[in-house]
Write a protein that binds this ligand. Sequence first.
Ligand code: FES
Length: 118
Amino acid sequence: MDHEITFLPTGKRVKVRQGTSVLNAARKVGVHIPTRCGGKAGCLMCKVEVSEQYMPALSPIGDAENRKLGSLTSNGIRLSCQAIIQGDVVVNIPEDSFKAAVRKQLEAARNKESDDLW
Ligand code: FES
């Protein structure tokens, strides 16, 4: 059985077979999710956000994932390498902290420029 997964914020979608990990679905459609451990629940770099509405479309949180994520699981965070697709699902790829810091600095510089023009 195939299921559709949608990746936010890009909106890219792909149909995958039941049992595919979110990480492998992302790779199939060219959505970059950082990893360092090769999908072994070791690096915590592959986090994705899933709203409560879509949690039943993923496998239950396993022991390794629960140990690594702790309380983050209650905020809808999953490890994409451990979350197995069992239904149509939408996941959000959070912006990484380095990119977020650069974006904030660029926005601040732009705002200062426009203030200086007046
Ligand atoms: S790929 Fe490293 S924890 Fe998922």
